[in-house]
Design a protein around this ligand. Structure first.
Ligand code: FES
Length: 175
């Protein structure tokens, strides 16, 4: 078999990663992973591809679009196995985005039991928390979960409210 030390066939990569061969082919078409082709046109992957596939799988599991994963993976060196420092560097690049998603997930878990200021006026609390949808003046989206720039606010952090709504300036849904 035409295989270099440290290389994996697509079957081996699939077995060890737990990802179907068809999905691995898809990842490759999306430039998330790369292989070399043997003279018989078979794919061979460097073993560090397992780590890339692990990152892709976990990112997908928490809903991060593949385009964002591809942008991060593109920061890794092509010509050698990424070191811990390489992974640390891309982790830092991704930190703000991951923090933002963590806050959104916390909001989904903790804050959706109350009025989120989305304009639906469907809960008994909406009349008090968002009378006549006054929060629409602050912009689109669930205004009680967003700061003035439209970014999610941390639970307990101040979200600057528009005039006439959310009188204490605290992210009400999490207070
Ligand atoms: S939950 Fe939509 S406006 Fe209150």
């Amino acid at each position: 078999m035409d295989i270099e030390p440290g290389e994996l066939t697509v079957g081996q990569l699939s077995e060890r990663s737990g990802v179907a061969i068809s999905a691995l082919h898809f990842y490759e078409r999306q430039n998330l992973i790369v292989s070399r082709r043997t003279s018989g046109n078979q794919r061979r992957y460097k073993r560090d591809t397992l780590r890339r596939v692990a990152l892709i799988r976990i990112a997908q599991r928490v809903g991060i679009p593949l385009a964002e994963v591809a942008a991060i993976l593109a920061l890794l060196p092509d010509n050698r196995t990424p070191t811990r420092q390489d992974w640390e560097r891309i982790s830092e690049c991704w930190q703000a985005e991951l923090d933002r998603r963590i806050v959104q997930l916390e909001q989904l878990r903790d804050d959706f039991k109350d009025c989120v200021g989305c304009g639906c006026l469907s809960l008994d609390r909406c009349g008090l928390a968002n009378p006549y949808d006054a929060l629409a003046a602050a912009g689109a989206g669930p205004r009680r979960l967003l700061d003035t720039s439209g970014q999610p606010c941390h639970p307990g952090e101040s979200c600057t409210p528009p005039n006439g709504a959310s009188p204490d300036g605290v992210c009400q849904a999490s207070a």
